[in-house]
Structures are given as C-alpha cells and as structure tokens.
Design a protein around this ligand. Structure first.
Ligand code: HEC
Length: 167
C-alpha cells in the first residue's frame, strides 16, 4: 500500500514538472518610475537588488525556479508583488496611487517587511543595510515632496475604497 502511494506521489511530482507558469521577463519599462522621477544610480542599484525580482517586469530566476512546486510558489510571489507595486509601471499609476505607494514603500522598509524574509533567506545580497534603507527612504520622501509640491492635496486622495486599501 505505502509503495503504491509513494509511486502515485512520485508520478504526480513528475507530471507537475511539465506545468510551467509564464515567466515574468517581458522587460517592458515604458512607464518606469525613473521616466517620471529622477533616480540616481545608487537608488536604482538598491531597488534592483532588493525589490526588482518581485516588483518589476523582469525577474532574475534562479535554477530552482524551474523545479515544481517551487516554481508555483515563486510565481505567486512575483504576481502578487507586481500587482501591488511595479517599478516598471509606476509612471502609469494615477498620481494619488503613486503617492500612496511611495508612502507604503517607506513603511515596508522601515518595518523591515520588505524585501520578504523568505527572499532574503536565500538572496543575502538583498538584505538592506541601514545606509541602503536610508537611501531608499530619503528618495521616496523626496519624490513625495515633489508630488505634493505639484499637485493639489485633493488630487492625491484615493477615492475608491479598494484603492485606499492598496489593492
Ligand atoms: C520575494 C518577493 C518580494 C521582494 C523581493 C519584495 N517584495 Fe514587496 N511585496 C511582495 C508581495 C508578495 C507583496 C504583496 C503582499 C504583501 O503585502 O505582503 C508585496 C507588497 C509590497 C508593497 C505594497 C504593500 C501594500 O500595502 O500594498 C510595497 C510598497 C512593496 N512590496 C515594496 C517593496 C520594496 C520597496 C522592496 C525592496 C526593498 C520589496 N517590496 C521587495 C513581494 C516582494
């Protein structure tokens, strides 16, 4: 009996290897955040190493990302991360959403929520030093200042409740 169950499990494991989620590597960045807000190479480098795998249109996949069920799990993080905040689509967001996402970035970094700990467990290079945190937070704040200087407060309000919730 146990032998049979193991065989079925093994077979299932083999079969799921053939299911390949579409990779997130379109590289599309027409509406990249830097097209609207000036970003230094230093800031870009930190976003790239710590956030871009889940918050851009180009994920750098490790070899094990092709092995199921890991691929499902990684794909889920990338899709979910991108939906909440995409550096390569940022300039296409409405101004209120841009402002809100920058505020969330600051919160997530300050609270150590981002980058996700399941990610930094393997990607040690993505762990942010205090300096790097300050660099990102300062930059996000300066962009928020630019937004507040150029748009009336009213236009920064998120009207739809699901937007206010960051969805
Ligand atoms: C391993 C993937 C991964 C990495 C790396 C990552 N994130 Fe995320 N991020 C997610 C996922 C998944 C979500 C959505 C679910 C959640 O909020 O936990 C998210 C949500 C967010 C949100 C939206 C939060 C909200 O309330 O809607 C922001 C802002 C964010 N991340 C910023 C960052 C920044 C900045 C970095 C780099 C310092 C980063 N993330 C690195 C996966 C990632």
């Amino acid at each position: 009996m146990i032998k049979k169950i193991l065989m079925v499990l093994l077979l299932a494991l083999i079969v799921i290897q053939f299911i390949r989620p579409t990779k997130n590597n379109s590289g599309e960045k027409l509406n990249d955040i830097s097209t609207k807000y000036k970003m230094s190479d230093t800031v870009r480098l930190v976003f790239d190493k710590a956030c871009a795998d889940c918050h851009s249109n180009s994920t750098k996949y490790p070899w094990y990302a092709s092995v199921q069920p890991v691929a499902f799990w990684l794909n889920d993080h990338v899709m979910d991360g991108k939906r909440h905040f995409n550096l390569n689509e940022f300039a296409s967001y409405r101004i209120g959403k841009q402002n809100k996402k920058l505020e969330e970035c600051i919160e997530q970094i300050e609270e150590g929520e981002m980058p996700l700990s399941s990610y930094t467990l393997i990607h040690k290079e993505a762990v942010l030093s205090e300096n790097e945190k300050t660099t990102l937070i300062k930059w996000c704040k300066s962009v928020m200042d630019t937004i507040h200087a150029n748009y009336p407060e009213d236009s920064l309000k998120l009207k739809r409740p699901q937007q206010a919730a960051g969805k």
